[in-house]
Each structure stands twice: as structure tokens, then as C-alpha cells.
Design a protein around this ligand. Structure first.
Ligand code: NAD
Length: 446
């Protein structure tokens, strides 16, 4: 079986690498010549644990190759996965222009039966548009060629994408023909053989499943952040509340950590896109509108705490930031809380010294020389007035607090991810602010 993956970003590259890992011939194509050149030279354009090894191994075995030429790649392919971007439009809707472009390419160049699978996150009804776009191109060629479309939304988590693809929680596939279902079953057999579930459904339900999943996760985050803010006002401790509710199996302990808001390339745009889809059906998704509003506000929480701590004036202050990516184990800064926080800090006249284990180059694209980039977490603290922890990379979890204290001008920490023990920090002489705990409240030991 030969597969073409159109779009060689986080999803396409991981999909291509993992499918080749189980023995399938894969060609990854992209319109970005520089990206394809890098990959041909074995340079991996993104940071994703485990990806580089798999890529190198399968390139060596000639199972994985890269090209910008979709016309050539498609000739003997049985399946084309569309894994291109679906960025947000001004009104919150998802822009499916890149998806339809690949669909048109399929119609233009396919020579025999093809299964075209949408892996990009696309609004309900997109597969129908993909089908029409392919058919139109085939008609233009005055040919009769069979094809099917399918929806196969991707649930991988950046930072654990390879692991998630190889050992999926579930695989969701929407099809409307037996032929397409059989091909997808065969393709995914190596990943389901150990009991990982595969759910076949109609195409529209598969498309909706992806948005419902991301919206549910975003809702959990915003819910906890809302409760965290109320905890600060009432004197309750969100860390205790989280444990108290998370032990209820109906609620579960995952995704209920308070913080400084969700970011990344998926949750923000997918929540907006689902609200937009609902609008098209004259349905008001009130809950998700609140989820989004809470999240926008939450990204400002740490900035507000810093301002308050310096009596509203941070002009000329130096703020050390630990972490820039929207979450650990990735270099992705799309919609990252760090972007919002840094903009606000700069506007207020502060200087920034930042350290991130992977996102330095990405951060440079956003801020250029407006902030200083450090190569070490402690280097960022020299002459800084306080430390703000933005992303909970493992290497920040047990830092040398004595060293932090000796390097900072003030023993002042703002923890946007609640990873430190406030009792311990108080004993060490720090002033510690975190999320969902009133920093003026008594310190308690447990
Ligand atoms: P990305 O921006 O990292 O990559 C998209 C790639 O598609 C780019 O390299 C771009 O050059 C390429 N491209 C654009 N037009 C093309 C065309 N006509 N032909 C070939 N290549 C083309 O995007 P991503 O993060 O991999 O996301 C892709 C899709 O998967 C999006 O719909 C996203 O919502 C969804 N998704 C992303 C994640 C994630 O964690 N990143 C997880 C699940 C689903």
C-alpha cells in the first residue's frame, strides 16, 4: 500500500513517520519547498519527542520520502491523507482553503481509485465539499474514476504525538462506503491489534467528534480557571479543591489543573470554529462562548498579579520568564499564553529575559530582539526583579531555590502552573503567587 500525506506539519509529519514505521510506503508532500528540502536533508523542522529517530529510520529503509510534487506522488497512491492547516478566519470559522486545494489536486492528478482522507480538523460538511471538489476536477478531465472520501480526525497531543499515534486512545473514522471502511481497517490494523479502539461512524459524526473532544477539554480548563479565580476571592485553595473533586471518577483527575489559559494551534481555533458552525445553524453555543471568554481573561492573570505586586508600575523592571511554548515538550507558540503576557509586559515598560528548552527560535519570530533569550534557566534570573513561570517543563519542577534567591533582586515568584509548594517557598523566604490561592491567606501544611 502506498500513502501520500499532504501537509508536512505536526500532524502530517507524525502521521507519515508512524505509518512508514509499520511498513507502509509513504510520501509526505508540502508546498513549502524549504521544509521539504530540510526533510530531504534529514533536518526535522519541528521539535517532537521521538520523531527524529522514526524519520531517520524509515528514510533509510526507503519507506518514507518527501516531495513538493503531488502530481507525481499521487499516481500510484491508494490513499491520500489531507493534513494541511485549517487556520481561523476573522469571524472564527475554519479556513478550509488548503484542504480544498489538496482535494482539487487529487481530482486533477489521480489515475485510478483513490481514497481521500481528511485528517485536518474541519467543520462539519467539509468532506462533502472535498468530494465535490474532486469530482469537479475529474469531470473537467472528462474521465470516470472512482474515489471515496473519509474523515479521520487526529487526536495526537503535541509533545507526545508519536506515542499517541502509535498507541492511540481511539481512532475515529467516518466513511460512507464499505470499500473505504475496509481500506481504513487494513491501514490501521497495526495500531489496533493490541486492543486500541477504532470507531467507525458516518462522516459528519466523525467531523463533529473532533470539535466536541477539543471543546470538552477546553471547557474543563476554563471551568477550573473560573473556580480558581473564585477560590482566590473566597480564601479557598484550588489545589485542594482540585484533589477533592478529581477523586470522583465521574469528574476524573485529568485536565483539571488551573493555570494561565489554554493555547496551541487547536483548542482556541477549534472552540471558535464550533461556535461559528453553531451560528450557521442559528444555534447559540453559550457554554463555549463563556469558555473562550474565560480563557482570554485567564491569559492576563499572571500579568495582573505582577502589576499588582509592583503597585501598578513595572516600567524598567526586568522579568525573568521560564517557559515560552504553549505547553511542555513542544516548541509551538501558536496562541501561547506567553505571547499575550510578554506583549503586556513590554507595553508596560518591563524588560524580559526568557528561557525555554525548545521554543527560543519560535519566540524570536514573535518578538525578535524586543526580549532577551537565555540559554540557561538560571541565566535568565541575573538582575531580574522577579521570576514568572509560564510553561511547566520538567526541568523547572525542582529548581535550586537557593540559587534563584541569590540571583533575583527580590525573592519573588509568580507561578502560572502551580508547580511549586508554597509552604516550602515561604520557609525559604520567597513571596510566592500562584493561581487559585490567595497569596495573602495563611499558609497551611498538609
Ligand atoms: P501545520 O501548520 O504545522 O502544517 C500544515 C502544513 O500544510 C504546512 O507545512 C503547510 O506548508 C502545508 N500545506 C499548506 N497547503 C498545502 C497544500 N496545498 N499542499 C500540501 N501542503 C500544504 O499544521 P498542523 O499543526 O500539522 O495541523 C494540521 C491540521 O491538523 C489542522 O487542521 C489542525 O487543526 C489539525 N490538528 C492539529 C493537531 C496538533 O496538535 N497540531 C492535532 C490534531 C489535529
Amino acid at each position: 500500500m502506498k500513502i501520500v500525506i499532504a501537509g508536512t506539519g505536526y500532524v502530517g509529519l507524525v502521521t507519515g513517520a508512524c505509518l512508514s514505521e509499520v511498513g507502509i510506503d509513504v510520501v509526505c508532500i508540502d508546498v513549502d519547498q524549504a521544509k521539504i528540502d530540510d526533510l530531504k536533508n534529514r533536518q526535522v523542522p519541528i521539535f517532537e519527542p521521538g520523531l527524529e529517530e522514526i524519520l531517520h529510520r524509515n528514510i533509510k529503509k526507503n519507506r518514507l520520502s518527501f516531495s513538493t510534487n503531488i502530481a507525481e506522488a499521487i499516481i500510484d497512491a491508494e490513499v491520500v491523507f489531507i493534513a494541511v492547516g485549517t487556520p481561523p478566519e476573522e469571524d472564527g470559522g475554519a479556513d478550509i482553503g488548503q484542504v480544498l486545494e489538496v482535494a482539487r489536486d487529487c481530482g486533477k492528478y489521480m489515475k485510478s481509485y483513490l481514497l481521500v482522507v481528511t485528517k485536518s480538523t474541519v467543520p462539519v460538511g467539509t468532506s462533502e465539499k472535498v468530494k465535490n471538489a474532486i469530482q469537479k476536477e475529474i469531470d473537467n478531465r472528462r474521465l470516470k474514476i472512482d474515489f471515496d472520501v473519509a474523515s479521520n480526525p487526529e487526536f495526537l497531543k503535541q509533545g507526545a504525538a508519536v506515542e499517541d499515534f502509535l498507541k492511540p486512545d481511539r481512532i475515529v473514522i467516518g466513511t460512507d462506503t464499505k470499500r473505504a471502511e475496509d481500506i481504513m481497517k487494513r491501514l490501521y490494523k497495526p495500531f489496533t491489534i493490541n486492543g486500541h479502539p477504532i470507531f467507525f461512524m458516518d462522516i459528519v459524526s466523525a467531523e463533529m467528534t473532533k470539535y466536541a473532544a477539543n471543546s470538552m477539554l477546553a471547557t474543563k480548563i476554563s471551568f477550573m480557571n473560573d473556580i480558581a479565580n473564585l477560590c482566590e476571592l473566597t480564601g479557598a485553595d484550588i489545589n485542594m479543591v482540585r484533589k477533592g473533586i478529581g477523586s470522583d471518577p465521574r469528574i476524573g483527575s485529568k485536565f483539571i489543573y488551573p493555570g494561565i489559559g489554554y493555547g496551541g494551534s487547536c483548542f482556541p481555533k477549534d472552540v471558535k470554529a464550533l461556535i461559528h458552525t453553531a451560528g450557521k445553524y442559528n444555534y447559540d453555543l453559550r457554554l463555549l462562548k463563556a469558555v473562550e471568554a474565560i480563557n482570554s481573561d485567564q491569559k492576563l492573570t499572571l500579568f495582573k498579579k505582577i502589576m499588582k505586586s509592583f503597585s501598578g508600575d513595572i516600567s524598567g523592571k526586568t522579568i525573568a520568564l521560564w517557559g515560552l511554548s504553549y505547553k511542555p515538550q513542544t516548541d509551538d507558540m501558536r496562541e501561547a499564553p506567553a505571547v499575550v503576557i510578554i506583549k503586556k509586559l513590554l507595553e508596560a515598560g518591563a524588560k524580559i529575559k526568557a528561557y525555554d528548552p525548545a521554543a527560543k527560535n519560535e519566540a524570536f519570530k514573535y518578538f525578535g530582539n524586543d526580549i532577551s533569550y537565555c540559554d540557561d534557566q538560571y541565566e535568565a534570573l541575573h538582575e531580574a526583579d522577579c521570576l514568572a513561570l509560564i510553561t511547566e517543563w520538567s526541568e523547572f519542577r525542582s529548581p535550586k531555590f537557593d540559587l534563584i534567591k541569590s540571583l533575583l533582586k527580590n525573592p519573588l515568584i509568580f507561578d502560572g502552573r502551580n508547580i511549586y509548594d508554597r509552604n516550602e517557598l515561604k520557609k525559604l523566604g520567597f513571596t510566592y503567587h500562584c493561581i487559585g490561592v490567595n497569596s495573602d491567606s495563611d499558609y497551611i501544611s498538609f
